[in-house]
Design a binder for this molecule. Structure first.
Ligand SMILES: *Cc1c(COP(=O)(O)O)cnc(C)c1O
Length: 379
């Protein structure tokens, strides 16, 4: 059994993907070929925003937005404490200071009340200037944008949606990657919509961001004169090959994959709810299930269950065993350890199970039966 079966997806889409790759090889239009623009148009339409600007990976997508907004030394960038490192390192790469915010213990996403506390604390301390909130759609479920958008407005902060795991999710039919002033995603192979290498994108309705980012991703080159670089940018484009791979994959994602992965989650919920704490999806929200993450009563039980799954050849992962405030790279930043109660609890008690759109009923049942057996043996 695979944790996320990319081979099953390839076998299903092989003809289309192979044809698509071969057409790029034949044309040799490897950088910014027409497929990149075609993909950007389709992605923007699907998400429901005016512009999509692809780039080399999801981390660069965040960095590009922080460059665009002039974020740097002395600026505070509020990020959830429980997420992948890139959410915070993008700010640190720019010389800004990531300020960690505790999460909601039901959704795993940034807690709006902790966010407001951290903003007020930062203002009171007066050392850093609050500038940006980066909210993450963790494990596929969009963050609480109704609430977070209000806080951004109240304190006049920019809001960036890190939708690296959220692509395909929804809040009341409004799609992930359409919240905030801009949103980013990643096409890393294991994300809800993945390519065959690294890839990423920024989404926005802002015309200036669209123009600026197309320049910034190509060394800040001027739109009018390609030999004049108007600002310092980076080299961060999506390869035409990756765009060509993503086009048929996006079609499958829209046609059936998102629905299929939600079916798997539903099956898990039904079979496991009497044994473990199954993931909570808020009313009106749709998850794209980047991860299916259960919670156990203690670290001991979690570690023990993972061992039991491993012995039975079932892969599982811990996302994330170490919250951001405990990362060595950020050891110079934090003093207030006690304010990350939920994040620390999750790091000790979460376990992510195999999930992907091509998972069959037998495999789902095998995972569930193995978990049930563990609890039967350990009553
Ligand atoms: C994967 C991920 C990123 C970074 O994306 P890459 O394409 O790997 O650079 C950023 N934020 C979150 C929440 C992620 O899961």
């Amino acid at each position: 059994m695979e944790f996320r079966d990319l081979k099953a997806q390839y076998i299903t889409l092989k003809k289309k993907i192979d044809d698509s790759i071969n057409s790029i090889l034949a044309k040799s239009n490897f950088i910014l070929g027409s497929q990149v623009a075609e993909l950007e148009e389709q992605l923007a339409e699907y998400v429901g925003v005016k512009y999509c600007i692809t780039c080399a990976n999801g981390t660069d997508a965040l960095v590009l937005m922080l460059i665009e907004w002039g974020i740097g030394a002395g600026d505070a960038v509020f990020v959830p404490d429980f997420t992948y490192i890139a959410t915070a390192s993008a700010a640190a790469i720019r010389g800004a200071t990531p300020v960690f915010v505790d999460i909601d213990k039901e959704t795993f996403n940034m807690s709006p009340s902790s966010l407001e506390e951290k903003i007020q604390l930062t203002l009171k301390e007066g050392r850093l200037k609050p500038k940006v909130i980066v909210a993450v759609d963790l494990f596929g479920q969009p963050a609480n944008y109704m609430h977070i958008e209000k806080i951004a407005q109240k304190y006049d902060l920019l809001l960036l949606e890190d939708g690296a795991q959220g692509f395909g999710g929804e809040i009341c039919k409004k799609r992930a990657c359409s919240f905030g002033h801009a949103a980013t995603t990643s096409f890393f192979p294991a994300k809800p919509l993945g390519c065959y290498g690294d890839g990423g994108a920024v989404f926005t309705n802002d015309k200036k961001i669209n123009v600026d980012l197309r320049s910034l991703r190509s060394h800040g080159r001027s739109p009018e004169d390609k030999y004049d670089n108007r600002v310092i940018g980076i080299n961060s484009r999506l390869d035409t090959l990756q765009a060509a791979i993503l086009l048929p994959k996006l079609e499958a994602f829209k046609e059936y994959e998102l629905e299929a992965v939600n079916k798997v989650a539903k099956h898990y919920n039904h079979s496991l709810q009497d044994y473990v704490k199954t993931p909570f999806v808020e009313d009106g929200y749709l998850s794209s299930w980047a991860q299916y993450t259960i919670r156990l009563e203690s670290k001991n039980i979690r570690d023990d269950l993972q061992q039991h799954l491993k012995i039975n050849k079932i892969p599982s992962m811990i996302y994330y065993p170490r919250p951001l405030h405990k990362q060595s790279a950020f050891s110079n930043l934090t003093k207030q350890k006690d304010s990350f109660y939920n994040s620390e609890m999750m790091a000790d008690t979460v376990l992510s199970l195999p999930i992907h759109p091509y998972m069959n009923e037998e495999d789902i049942e095998e995972v569930c039966d193995t978990i049930k057996l563990y609890f039967k043996n350990n009553k």
